[in-house]
Design a protein around this ligand. Structure first.
Ligand code: DAH
Length: 348
């Protein structure tokens, strides 16, 4: 038996000398300590031995088994370490190679313009309000002095959702009525409300069934048209540049009297005339006016005591002018090449 064991040991040592890959280790385990390995074989005829002999053989077999296990595990570890080192050496990183660039997103240019408006108005003491896009006819029209059946409704091709009562707001002006009613008729109002509006329009370069307005309302005592003009002038200078001039053109809205359109001097040609301003030197950016006494009254303010002005800017139009965009559909697509171009313009 001892002889056999010695033989196994020396075979194992010489076998170990030539193994160099994980599969060799698997084979070696099978050959020596596996179910039908030669060390396990030694215990095969144990049942014919005496108790005393069993004890001795058992000890010898255990000893050689541990010996084989130790040597094989050690070899296995060496092989794994060698493989790992080779892998690390081959996979070394060349830090001088240029990195793959990670494309960062950029803010939507329309949102940015809306944020600019908010910032300027907040600096002038205005609060920023939000209102529902699914609106009641009452707020969108009636409280703004546009009763049912009035021809002024036709100009706003409205999406009705339920009967004649629930609609997608066609303007942000209903938020004026909401805020006045909320205030209860006895405190001044100074608010803007940017938001989405909807009209049944075909989509093309300058029209969209969904667009963005920035509504504004100021109600107080002894407000005049010159307050509105001064406010618009400040806003235009802050948003379009200090050398921007403004003018009012007469206009008509049901909810303001008098009503005006706000023009800014063309920032491109500085008023000389170019294709952006269609050679007029001026560009229209908002509708505005003094709040109609009927609107004040319906919304809980006594027109003998209170008055004010209101305005509505077209956000897409402002963004298109500011960034020289000639198709408003770019605001609603997600092409990063377009938005990063705007960034570049901004930094020029
Ligand atoms: N709501 C108007 C529109 O959609 C814009 C507007 C004009 C808003 C005059 C106002 C205003 O608040 O006073 O065309």
């Amino acid at each position: 038996m001892q002889e056999k064991i010695n033989e196994i040991k020396s075979n194992l040592v010489s076998d170990l000398e030539v193994v160099n890959k994980p599969q060799d280790i698997v084979d070696l385990k099978a050959k020596y300590i596996g179910k039908s390995g030669c060390i396990t074989e030694l215990t095969k005829n144990m049942r014919d031995l005496s108790v005393e002999e069993k004890k001795t053989v058992g000890m010898l077999v255990n000893e050689v088994k541990n010996y084989a296990n130790d040597l094989i595990s050690k070899k296995e570890e060496d092989i794994n370490t060698k493989i790992l080192n080779e892998k690390l050496a081959n996979e070394s990183i060349d830090v001088t190679l240029p990195a793959t660039s990670i494309k960062a997103g950029s803010p939507n240019i329309l949102e940015k313009v809306v944020e600019d408006f908010e910032e300027v108005f907040m600096s002038m003491g205005y609060d920023v309000y939000d209102g529902p896009e699914i609106e009641e006819d009452r707020f969108n029209f009636e409280l703004l002095n546009i009763p049912k059946g009035h021809p002024a409704r036709d100009a706003q091709d409205t999406f009705y959702i339920k009967d004649d009562e629930i609609l997608l707001r066609s303007q942000t002006s209903p938020v004026q009525a909401r805020v006045m009613l909320e205030k209860g008729g006895n405190e001044p109002v100074r608010m803007i409300c940017p938001g989405k509006t909807y009209r049944r329009d075909d989509d093309d370069a300058t029209h969209s069934h969904q667009f963005t307005q920035i509504e504004g309302l100021l109600v107080d005592h002894n407000i005049s048209l010159s307050d509105l003009k001064g406010t618009c002038d400040q806003i235009a200078k802050k948003l379009f540049g200090e050398d921007t001039n403004t003018r009012f053109k007469p206009s008509y809205y049901q909810f303001t009297e008098p009503s005006v359109e706000l023009d800014i001097s063309c920032f491109n040609c500085k008023g000389k005339g170019c294709n952006i301003c269609k050679n007029t030197g001026w560009i229209t950016v908002a509708g505005a006016g003094m709040v109609h006494p009927n609107v004040l009254k319906m919304c809980g303010y006594d027109p003998q005591e209170w008055n004010g002005f209101a305005f509505g800017f077209g956000a897409e139009r402002c963004a298109m002018l500011k960034y020289g965009i000639n198709d408003l559909r770019v605001f609603y697509n997600t092409d990063l090449r377009e938005t990063s171009n705007f960034d570049r313009k901004e930094n020029d």
